[in-house]
Design a protein around this ligand. Sequence first.
Ligand code: NAG
Ligand code: NAG
Ligand code: NAG
Ligand code: NAG
Length: 438
Amino acid sequence: MNKFSFTFQMAPLFHYLFLFLVSSCAAQTSFRPKALLLPVTKDPSTLQYVTRINQRSPLVPVPLTLDLGGQFMWANCYTDYVSSTYRPARCKSAQCSLAKSTACSVECPGAPKPGCNNNTCALMPDNTVTRVATIGDLGSDLVSIQSTDGKNPGQVVLVPKFLFVCGSALDGLARGVVGMAGLGRSPISIPSQFSSAFSFRRIFAICLTSSSNSPGVVFFGDGPYRFLLNTDASSNLIYTPLIKNPVSTASAYTQGDASSEYFIGVKSIRINDKIVPVNKTLLTINREGYGGTKISTVNPYTVLQTSIYKAIITAFGNALSGVPRVASVAPFGLCFNSTSLTSTRVGPGVPQIDLVLQNNDVFWRIFGANSMVQVSEDVLCLGFVDGGVNPMTSIVIGGHQIEDNLLQFDLARSRLGFSSSLLFRQTTCANFNFTSNA
Ligand SMILES: *[C@@H]1O[C@H](CO)[C@@H](O)[C@H](O)[C@H]1NC(C)=O
Ligand SMILES: *[C@@H]1O[C@H](CO)[C@@H](O)[C@H](O)[C@H]1NC(C)=O
Ligand SMILES: *[C@@H]1O[C@H](CO)[C@@H](O)[C@H](O)[C@H]1NC(C)=O
Ligand SMILES: *[C@@H]1O[C@H](CO)[C@@H](O)[C@H](O)[C@H]1NC(C)=O
């Protein structure tokens, strides 16, 4: 794992320019959408969640790996980038201050083109899969996206100057993908830019699916979020505060940067209502930014600090002692012969795992469909992996554990709303009706 820390001199912030930027960003269209959406599919070989953003002039679909905690959208602009509307962000411009860029690339040798312009501010696009960060120009281009009434896709709307960063670290990303779609806590993340372009509340939601042909969905803006047959997944959410980690968790960062990832306050863990003994210190974020619990779409499975991992494996194994174990299959450490397990509406009948939040009555309950992974016809493994003795974050809730759960990030109120398994409501995240009614 590479870890660099760069320190740049802070550029002064121009507040009046910031206001100017926000108003000039507003979409030049009379139709004002209430919410927007992006379809998301799962890539079967990398287990990454992939979306497509229509960008450039003429518009092309740009495939990107979804990165829930990512700081912004980054994409390869060095090859096959053709657009008449690309504009570099000039050093000290409002766009650079909004993006908190403190680095200026003064001169780029050669003819100007996307990713190579004089006097352009730079940021560090982060491939959070391989943890390789590069340095790249900030620029803007046209983005087109479908609006939604919460039930179907509607009219397409345009954002003329959508900010993104040129990046080139594509190794490790799904085939065909040319960058990452960052939904993190940052003024230029995708949700931030859409909310300011269309003046809606800073809320977005993700509903991911394991299906590689029927897409799941990201909604920007508030609900309803309706799934067939007419289930509004934004109703009856359970809420927990979103927590800020004051220390960046990115592969490269400027000293003093906070993390753009979403942390929640897991206070304890229960299996079949029994407390699993874990070291509480690991559950809180310390001054160096270590510890705590975050949610990630880049990790396919939940990753646990070694002592927490061992405690969960032991407790889960004990709670399922009646079911024959089979040899474990990497990367998992606890596997069962599935022919001895019952099946329920919410997956294999196994002990429920509760992540207990702000108090004992608020918990995220993980059922079989989200805890167990089918690795072969009659082998099911507990879908948690060992993250080592000293990872920066003690619990990283990964993709398999959030599929078919709706997660709504309300940045204005700094809270996460979660639905628990939609399978209980006889629907799934693959059940959004993508037939347009525009
Ligand atoms: C940058 O400026 C130099 C000196 O003025 C010029 O020779 C070069 O072509 C410019 N490069 C770009 C990419 O604009
Ligand atoms: C709990 O974890 C903290 C942080 O890693 C460590 O310093 C401490 O020694 C651990 N306590 C026990 C009892 O293992
Ligand atoms: C699972 O149990 C069934 C029935 O006892 C047996 O036929 C099968 O071989 C077992 N599978 C494994 C992987 O042990
Ligand atoms: C999906 O939406 C379309 C367009 O509104 C509608 O005609 C169709 O009946 C919907 N499908 C289902 C299964 O409800």
